[in-house]
Design a protein around this ligand. Structure first.
Ligand SMILES: *Cc1c(COP(=O)(O)O)cnc(C)c1O
Length: 414
């Protein structure tokens, strides 16, 4: 059968499967243990009351012929595109038209699909460590060569290390598609205005397009860190931005996202806005009406307030975890503008050695850094997505483990 050979060349996405296997094995052997899971990047708070109310109302509409809705616009209902243009962009002084906003069913989907806008020959850069979807979507499209020695030989990796503050350095050789994420997963690091300006200038100079992931933008505090790439002058000529209600408003199960493709984004005389519209109209039939109504409620006064409380709840968890790590003399990044804490495993342990030790000695589960790419080897991620009580207990157990382990400072440097 002439099946897509790219499916054969791709390594299995084993990270979370392996984490779950090890936890399940441990729990089976220790049935009385209480394992605290700070590994997964999934929210735990229930949907805010304003969202639930909007859902109920929309469901009721679907029950009556006069208010029933069938197929909607593939790009999303105007009420939500408008709410996003206002609530995410006008609110921070950025001009985005509602018609430049496309509603999707997740930033993962949208970012995995966006590469279809480019040729198979287009060159791609990602950070290392990285959210794996950017890489795998291009691998399945046959764009990044073959996988050998833990890396794709046709992909440009931008190593995020302690030296560059875990921020992507500009590529040494020219690239055409650049995936950036701020605040990023897994490291929780953010791009400053100056850094983002350099990226926009780079894209302009090299005719590159930036695919910018702002799934964690709601975690940004203060006014220094840009919440959108369009805060940078000229970014609307070089960047597509992807937002999600998943981490912001607890929509990981409900599913809703947006992409912004500015009308000014024209490459070689081709409008990427028109291209994306064509792609979505062909391959997508729209996010469910009731879900779009739920997303709209995120921007109501009550919705905003309730969602800010949930974000604040996770921030408090992040602070607890970061303090537990830092109080043990272990340097850490993340946590301030993101729900993730990133640090080097004490005692020069590998990510998986530390994972096992933490599971066995403290019954705490985190995520091995090397699961996000070779540059993550020796590092570890903790997630603030949990209840305060679990996080508090986990931070106590972490402190005990660290006290036994570390007699000297652990820097982020490898
Ligand atoms: C969780 C996450 C997303 C959001 O994905 P959805 O499909 O919207 O749930 C996007 N990017 C990154 C880096 C993430 O961690």
């Amino acid at each position: 059968m002439p099946i897509n050979a790219n499916f054969r060349g791709i390594p299995s996405a084993y990270l979370f499967g392996e984490v779950n296997d090890r936890v399940r094995r441990y729990e089976a052997e220790h049935p009385d243990s209480k394992v605290l899971k700070l590994g997964v990047g999934d929210v735990t708070r229930p949907l805010a009351p304003a969202i639930i109310e909007a859902l109920h109302k929309a469901v009721e509409e679907q029950a009556h012929a006069e208010t029933f809705r069938g197929y909607g616009n593939e790009f999303g209902y105007d009420f939500l595109r408008e709410a996003i243009a206002q609530g995410e962009y006008a609110s921070i002084g950025v001009d985005v038209e509602a018609s430049e906003v496309f509603i999707g069913d997740g930033a993962k989907t949208d970012m995995a699909n966006a590469q279809e806008l480019f040729t198979e020959q287009a060159t791609v850069a990602v950070t290392d460590p990285v959210y794996p979807i950017y890489v795998d979507a291009n691998a399945l499209a046959g764009r990044i060569g073959t996988f050998e020695n833990d890396r794709w030989n046709g992909l440009t990796y931008l190593d995020c290390t302690v030296e560059n503050g875990f921020q992507a350095p500009l590529p040494k050789q020219p690239v055409e598609i650049i995936y950036l994420c701020s605040p990023n997963n897994p490291m929780g690091a953010v791009l400053t205005r100056e850094e983002l300006e350099e990226w926009v200038a780079y894209a302009k100079a090299h005719g590159a397009v930036i695919l910018y992931d702002v799934a964690y933008r709601a975690f940004i505090q203060g006014d220094e860190i840009p919440r959108s790439i369009y805060e940078i002058e000229g970014a609307d000529e070089v960047a597509i931005e992807f937002g999600s209600f998943s981490k912001t408003a607890g929509f990981t199960g409900l599913r809703c996202s947006w992409s912004v493709v500015p009308k000014k984004l024209v490459i070689d005389g081709v409008s990427l806005h028109d291209g994306w519209a064509r792609r979505q109209a062909t391959k997508y039939n729209g996010t469910p009406y009731i879900v779009q109504r739920a997303a709209e409620a995120v921007y109501s006064p009550e919705g905003r307030e309730q969602i800010e409380q949930d974000i604040e709840y996770y921030r408090r968890n992040a602070k607890l975890l970061k303090e537990a790590v830092q109080n043990a003399g272990i340097e850490a990044v993340g946590g301030d503008h993101s729900p993730y804490i990133w640090f080097r495993c004490p005692g020069d342990m590998s990510s998986w050695e530390f994972f096992d030790l933490l599971l066995e000695d403290a019954q705490v589960v985190g995520t091995p850094g090397e699961g996000f790419g070779p540059a993550g080897a020796g590092y570890f991620r903790l997630s603030a997505f949990n209840s305060y009580e679990v996080t508090l207990e986990a931070s106590k157990r972490l402190a005990e483990v660290f006290a036994k382990l570390t007699t000297r400072e652990v820097s982020l440097e490898r």
